[in-house]
Design a protein. Structure first.
Length: 294
């Protein structure tokens, strides 16, 4: 089993950018691609630096992938199942194979919680259903916005979006919202209504929701149902994390496990491509300097 300088686990923006940096530092790198990146859900991003006309997530990831490969990064289609400290670094098990690296970087991202509803995935790709108000609330200015939530996250996102439209409705699932919370929302200019998942219907340019026996139409709907961090294999070897399983890192993106680094959505709640890229650059530079020391 050949040992490389660095194994990057995850082939989304953070993993690919880190791979490019490491390769340009003249380090041998393997990037393990465990499946579609969350970035592929982006129909068109208008806040990615350098693309004032917008760029789709699929095109962006493809460009990052080509760039990494240009500098010799080896991208392997394999999903990491375990990471184990080994002599001289780490051994990563992925799809029945083992990969050895002196250092490792977790760039595994997260998975959004989505209800299993007909037409939902297509609505996301059309930009009618959205998952990140920080990314694209600007495109919803003045529109009729719904937020689908079942807890505190829905409250926060509805209030955040109120800064972009006067017509924001929090659609809460079941009994997840109390009378006092509804009154507080109303004072902030946000309406609230109970809804069931089966009462939602998606079209290419709008979302219909059955509220109180009547159908209401919205220009777009934000999912505020939380997410699951892809941090399990790092947590299994003792990496420190918060209550949501975001990995804790220092100023150089190092986890609490020696020579294991992390960058991107698996680290913190601000899930932004620019943040992932910055963290990837910091991590890759720290890894290069660590390898120099070794």
């Amino acid at each position: 089993m050949r040992q490389v300088d660095a194994i990057v686990i995850g082939a989304g923006p953070a993993g690919l950018i880190a791979g490019t940096y490491l390769a340009r530092f003249r380090r041998s790198v393997i990037v393990l691609d465990g499946g579609p990146s969350r970035a592929l859900w982006i129909p068109e991003s208008h806040n990615t630096p350098g693309f004032p006309g917008g760029i789709g997530g699929r095109e962006l990831v493809l460009r990052l992938r080509r760039q990494a490969e240009t500098f010799g990064v080896q991208i392997v289609a394999a999903r990491a199942e375990a990471i184990r400290p080994a002599e001289g670094g780490f051994e990563v098990g992925a799809d029945g194979e083992a990969y050895a690296g002196r250092l490792a970087l977790m760039a595994t991202g997260l998975v959004d919680n989505k209800p299993d509803l007909p037409g939902l995935d297509a609505a996301i790709l059309h930009g009618v259903v959205r998952m990140c108000p920080v990314c694209d609330a600007y495109e919803a200015v003045g529109k009729r916005i719904a937020v689908l939530g079942d807890g505190p996250l829905g409250l926060r996102e509805a209030r955040f979006l109120r800064g972009f439209s006067r017509d924001v409705v929090l659609l809460h699932v079941g009994d997840s919202l109390g009378a006092e919370e509804i009154q507080d929302l109303a004072r902030d200019g946000v309406a609230a209504a109970a809804v069931e998942f089966r009462g939602l219907a998606f079209a290419p340019d709008h979302v219909d929701a059955e509220v109180g026996g009547e159908s209401q139409r919205f220009d777009c709907l934000y999912l505020a149902l939380g997410c699951r961090m892809n941090s399990e294999i790092a947590v299994a070897v003792g990496a420190a994390h918060d209550e949501d399983l975001n990995l804790r890192v220092d100023d150089h993106q190092r986890t609490s496990v020696s020579d294991l680094y992390a960058a991107g959505d698996v680290v913190r709640g601000l899930n932004q491509i620019t943040v992932a890229g910055g963290e990837a650059a910091i991590a890759a530079t720290a890894m290069h300097n660590r390898l120099r020391g070794l």
